[in-house]
Design a protein around this ligand. Sequence first.
Ligand code: TYD
Length: 137
Amino acid sequence: MNQNLSQLAPYLLEFPKIYDERGNLSFIESEKHIPFEIKRSYWIYDVPGGEVRGSHAFKTEHELLVALSGSFDVLIHNGKEEQRYSLSRSYYGLYIPPMHWRTLDNFSTNAVALVLSSTFYDSTNYIRDFEEFLSLS
Ligand code: TYD
């Protein structure tokens, strides 16, 4: 595996917050507030109770996850160990480097998971088999 990619680790980051009595505002600029250029954004919503999304890794894709509304957990496996992150604030993001197995679960009612991605959609970028992921890590 690419040595540089293997050294990257997930981390939480906090976005700028403009407090206002009319309602608060946060923002993200590509490559400035997150460590990659944004090529794509998508969001996951209307998740039925107890449902799980994800459960795969990306070969080269960097991602940033934000709980725009409600809350959910992200379970990340780096090939050696697993860590659980809980996202519940729209001004926090979770950066996930390539070659990290990630699973989204524990969605609250009305949760909206925003995903910012460094790549356009490409099904060949997915690793969907956990044993294959472990062998490549
Ligand atoms: P997938 O990434 O497999 O969802 P999850 O990992 O949460 O289970 O995507 C589900 C479907 O949506 C799959 O058929 C591919 C399609 N899709 C796109 O067409 N474009 C996208 O940007 C994404 C993320 C998914």
